[in-house]
Design a protein around this ligand. Sequence first.
Ligand code: FES
Length: 592
Amino acid sequence: MTTVDVDTVTFRLNGRPVTVRPDHPHLLAALREELDVLSAKDGCSPTGQCGCCTVLVDGKAVVSCQVPLARAADKTVTTLEGIDRHEQERFASVFAAHGALQCGFCTPGIVVRVKSLLDKKGAALTRQDAARHLGAHLCRCTGYVKILDAVESLAMGEQPAAEALCGIGSRGIKYESRELALGSRGYVDDIRVPGLLHGALRLADHARAKVVRIETSAAVAVEGVVAVLTAADVPGALRVGLIHQDWPVFIPEGGCTSYLGDVLAVVVAETQQIARSAARLVDVTYEPLRPITDPQAALDAPEPAVWGTDSNQLSRSAYHRGDVDAALAGSAHVVHEVFTTQRVEHAYLEPESTLAVPTDDGRLHVFSGGQGVWDDRSQIASVLDVPSDTVVVELVSNGGAFGGKEDMSNQAQTALAAHLLGRPVKCTLDREESFRISPKRHPIRMEYWAGCDVDGRLTGLRARMVGDSGAYASVGMKVLERAAGHASGPYVVPNIDVESIAVRTNNPISGAFRGFGANQAQFAMEGAMDRLAEAVGISGWEIRSRNVIEPGVVWGPGQVMDDGSRGARRCLDAIKPHLDAAVAAGRAVGIG
Ligand code: FES
């Protein structure tokens, strides 16, 4: 049988022969984009790092974004859809019973891997063996313990009972766990609508540069390209933002890029592959400028780092109580140290995706994986210059957010394309685009002066924080405000003086991430506590116990603590025996 020719590739998929176009970049693209087989998810193609697209090829588990289509010719490809129905249900119920999934984006790939291991080893499959093979799969939500619990149950033929939800405190199974485990609960990129067009973004080549010219003719000329849209096509507001409207949805000719995630154009085409390759043909002429990447240098710089803004200081949050200078001068021990934290990427397994569909009643229905449908709606309406009640934004539960996905990523550009073309348009970021566009956790430099008396009771604290907020505001000012509020950790300090500054630079944008600035401040304060304990000559647990908040005390910025603060003491008391046992056993342990 001839299975590869210039026009087609043929292989067996889930028990039946299929024929596809030969120009897909890999097997995953053929499965998802032409055959609408959607259980295999695209988390990072074509890099083969996440494992979400795992399928069986001739019975062997492989990441399908690493399989060139020609290599699939004549092979037998099995996806989750092709596994025996009873086996599917068993995988789904055991994963659900063990709580072995959360967002579920990684789960179908893991289930396929587990099936291949069970097919090979059956009841002899050990936890250690499975753990080794799960190294090919990234899971950002669940952690691997529960997944390995599920694998063990499957290998041993157990059927743990999944408990039904019966109110607060019950251990119910996760909503939609069956569909998530089997890959049938659609994410935005899984939604299929008739007449769909695909969008791809042209991102900036320089973190800071004047945009002299955007030449789209080469992209427009590509067969299958329907339109190339730029800032010149925006009928309404060019800038959006959750708090400050400072984030351009496109950088126009005559404007300046301010970070590497800036968008210059969106190419709309009949297929995703055409859109992406044509986006590379949008030719941009720049006058590069020196990027300002050091936050302190940005504060000292005379010129704004970010186009359209007038200051590199995004915000300043400050408060003080008592006399810190006198308190530190009279302290038995004082530590002075600089703590720095690094930028952190959320790395949600599902890259951002938006689908915009014009509806018969003249409205625009936008499917978004963001966190705030009302914010998305008002921002999209402002860009399109239409009444907000003509835009409907529907939240589609996403493949992980971890406190991020609050800002729009590609929602405005996708909505614009659908609005202007009168056709459904979907735009899904690849992994690199997601990394470049999405806001991160703030790197913060925190200089601390902390004092205590001879018994280790805190006397005074001064903190100076400078956080790198990157180019656009996002919620950076609120993150640095929260960092300031948590400067003293869960401890009582009678004299306190805190200043926290968010700075604009040409680095990646920093925004919301779980903990929202408190994490960084806690890291610094716990470090200061360890150093003070050492100076006093008491344990890290003891100094925390002597200073921990309790109901009635005044904390940090001035709140009077109520019963809700009792958890800090309970936490300390709960870990004490475990800490003592670990120290007695000679293990390296710390607390914070
Ligand atoms: Fe694994 Fe979300 S459940 S990444």
